[in-house]
Design a protein around this ligand. Sequence first.
Ligand code: 4NP
Length: 155
Amino acid sequence: MSVKILMVCLGNICRSPLAEGILSSKLPQEKFTVDSAGTGSWHIGHQPDARSITVAKKYQLDISKQRGRQFKTSDFDAFDYIYVMDQSNYNAVIQLAKNEIHKSKVQMILNELYPNENVDVPDPYFGMENGFETVYQMLNETCDSIAQKLMAKHP
Ligand code: 4NP
């Protein structure tokens, strides 16, 4: 059975689609499934932001076929690991948790690199173009570490 990982941000059009594409590219498809969702509902059914698609393409990743969806409580049971991009995503997701098992699945994604520091992946939506490059680099580095850990844990 596949190990399921969910990436969560606010809109599901900038950060989490990139995180999905990046982590997915580092894991064997037959054993791992990676998806993404947003805590907000504005971008349900939408393609990722053009700036995320562009930075992904620069690193040979095609995220253009992803479509936005909203995080839902059943995701706690459907997924084994839930990575959130920032503290506000963390709070929004934890509010929907029904029990301690649900809560234990949720991690700030940069805590993989900086344990317990709760560093945010900055929201690049309203920022400048190079915000997306910064976000890509942060996610790429932390997803390297996450992929190594997951493959060791689920051989
Ligand atoms: P994301 O960025 O959470 O990385 O997808 C955002 C995209 C859209 C909005 C907020 C954040 N928005 O308010 O529409």
